[in-house]
Design a protein around this ligand. Sequence first.
Ligand code: PEP
Length: 249
Amino acid sequence: MRRPIVIGNWKMNGSLESSRQLVLAIGEKAVDDCGADIGVCVPFVFIPEVSSLLDGSRVLVGSQNVADRPAGAYTGEVSAQMLKEFGCTLAIVGHSERRALYGESNELVAERFRQAVGEGLVPVLCVGETLDQRQQGKTFDIINAQLDAVLDTSGTEALDGVIVAYEPVWAIGSGMTATDEQAQEVHQYIRNRVAGRNQTIARALRIVYGGSVKPDNAARLFSMPDIDGGLIGGASLEADSFLSICCSV
Ligand code: PEP
């Protein structure tokens, strides 16, 4: 049985003070275990403060990226080891904004994934197609390429315990959610593709959906058999809406 997980992606939002307020409200209200794990992936600079405020709570802390190398002359990067030192357990890799706006290739994402796993962080590997790619019938080709880069670089066993986020690019921040059936179809496809290499890992793999999840559509999406929770952008910036989504599992 897979335990659902709902993860907030704050992106580049908030100030130190607003982050404190948000995380205190989440920590305070997340005491009830409503059946889902909960995480927040916050801007790098807020990680120490958020980790210390959430110390002892059940809310996990994560980053929104991680370096593709362990250490050295890589200006602007933050290593997996550094993230662990400041209380992170999760690290988003391959978010579509990183891929599209900062040119991160499948190969680079796979190296970031490898570093996260190597240090014992749980990567949240984002995959998903653009609207153009969907309309051209290329959704599964795109997913294959994104997933296979990771599988080929790290090996299938590296997927043990990680999280995959299916995030159709056209649904992110657009208010256009994939239908439950559209999302389920791709989630099932991902699970089957991993099952082609290792059935046990595929069965245990948590595959979460991201793309305009809100309190009013979360329950339907999360009720689909291969959807194991969500990666939430906009709606994670407000404690009540985020927790309402968390408890929609
Ligand atoms: C995201 O950025 O991962 C995301 C899913 O954003 P939103 O929920 O705002 O669509």
